[in-house]
Write a protein that binds this ligand. Structure first.
Ligand SMILES: Nc1ncnc2c1ncn2[C@@H]1O[C@H](COP(=O)(O)OP(=O)(O)OP(=O)(O)O)[C@@H](O)[C@H]1O
Ligand SMILES: [Mg+2]
Length: 422
């Protein structure tokens, strides 16, 4: 007897349960793809090193954190997970550090002890109060190592006061380990969408040059193979379809999960062309570009950044045109593009991150979003006109004859249609 085919709704439900698109993956999610960074972060924190994961959105930072926290707990490490978005933005320094301490207190069931300490030490500044509470209350109440994860660390940039001293205090807690052995038990891990210099500029007090940077990369084909299991065809077909999905997503964590989820829910998708059609409907069609969260994040990060948007688009345009742009970690524009998640580093050159972005954020997209695009085109045309006019002038000087009527600004030729419009 053949097995009954599941009802379409059941099929969709199963696919939805396997794949999770958007938001932190629970620690036991079956579609969690372990990467090199999983081992690196776990090892770093087990060794008590300050670790940080600073990268673009939807790369899996929070999912990695939840999973690593669970692994650390299994090893007897006490773990605190702080999500800074929970604290809010419109706060004084005192409210912010107090809020941070409250979150720690709730997770470790030390609310009363920390509250008492806070109230008894009101003559100290907020940072000192927080740091001393951690050292004198938290570390004395727990035995063994403590790891404090701070997620969404980039939100400190929107606070109305400077948080430089927060980062400096993390560094200091490492520097003082020799004199204060208790501090060896205290380890921090920061995660968010920022560069170290966005968070603190002073190279003498930054903790980022004494810590371990954890690089989160897109899934390799080998790593992503576990995602084939949820596609619900036979094994060979699953692997074939996943390969086609990866061709488009390049292993981007969210895009790959999202794509697989849709393929799993539609059993009529069997061929490479079917996958291309799904990609078109899901990400490439004009309405899809306006709907997908990830595409909107990338777009907004690039276009709404406080930095040099025109410069970033110009550079991206070069990369899109396959110009060789070596990655330079001192170049702010390179950082901007990387944090937007639109490019990746391949053999030390910047490349468009994946085929979906290559189609969506194409030449046309760049030129339409270039600030003052028209103004720049006119200036370029004007410069071109001046160059031509000076060439004619030089010819007149040399030959004593004028080969053409002199060009005036108002008689400039239309810009060459091959000329780049950004
Ligand atoms: N290791 C992973 N395995 C499988 N899918 C993943 C993994 N990491 C992330 N994803 C996919 O990416 C989505 C976003 O993950 P997550 O929220 O952890 O990223 P994030 O970097 O914390 O994002 P944000 O910057 O928005 O906070 C998940 O819902 C999931 O679809
Ligand atoms: Mg997150």
């Amino acid at each position: 007897m053949t097995e009954p085919t599941p009802a379409p709704e059941a099929h969709v439900k199963a696919a939805t349960q396997f794949y999770i698109t958007g938001g932190t993956l629970p620690r036991d999610a079956i579609s969690y793809v372990p990467r090199h960074a999983d081992e690196e972060l776990f090892d770093g924190l087990m060794q008590g090193e300050f670790c940080y994961v600073l990268t673009s959105r939807q790369m899996g930072k929070s999912s990695l954190m939840v999973r690593t926290a669970a692994r650390l707990r299994e090893q007897g490490v006490t773990v605190v997970v702080l999500d800074l978005t929970a604290l809010g933005q419109n706060l004084t320094a005192e409210q912010w550090y107090d809020g941070l301490l409250n979150l720690v207190g709730r997770q470790l069931r030390l609310e009363d002890e920390l509250e008492d300490f806070w109230l008894e030490h009101d003559r100290l500044g907020p940072l000192q109060r927080w740091m001393r509470a951690v050292r004198e209350v938290v570390l004395t109440h727990i035995s063994g190592p403590l790891v404090i994860f701070v997620d969404e660390i980039d939100t400190v940039r929107s606070l109305p006061f400077s948080t430089d001293e927060f980062f400096a205090a993390i560094r200091e807690s490492y520097n003082r380990r020799a004199e204060e052995p208790g501090l060896r038990h205290l380890t921090f891990c920061l995660l968010g969408v920022a560069t170290p210099s966005d968070l603190i500029r002073d190279t003498h007090t930054t903790p980022f040059n004494i810590g371990r940077r954890i690089e989160l990369s897109d899934f390799t084909n080998q790593e992503a193979a576990i995602l084939a299991d949820g596609l619900r065809r036979n094994q060979n077909r699953n692997l074939f379809l996943l390969k086609k999905v990866m061709h488009w997503t390049g292993g981007h964590p969210y895009l790959t999960q999202r794509f697989c989820q849709v393929v799993a829910a539609d059993s009529s998708v069997q061929s490479g062309q079917d996958i291309d059609a799904v990609c078109k409907a899901l990400f490439l069609a004009p309405q899809a570009r306006e709907r997908d969260d990830n595409l909107l994040f990338v777009r907004d990060r690039l276009l709404r950044s406080e930095g040099d948007v025109a410069g970033a688009l110009d550079l991206y345009g070069d990369i899109w045109h396959k110009k060789r742009v070596p990655f330079d970690d001192t170049n702010q524009l390179h950082d901007n593009l990387r944090l937007a998640g639109i490019v990746r580093i391949y053999q030390n050159y910047l490349k468009v991150r994946n085929r979906i972005y290559d189609h969506v954020f194409n030449r046309h997209w760049v030129s339409t979003h270039m600030p003052d695009a028209e103004l720049r085109r006119q200036r370029r045309a004007f410069r071109l006109g001046l160059l031509r006019a000076s060439g004619v002038f030089a010819l007149v000087l040399i030959t004593g004859r004028c080969p053409l009527r002199p060009l005036s600004y108002t008689h400039l030729p239309a810009p060459n249609s091959n000329e780049r419009t950004w």
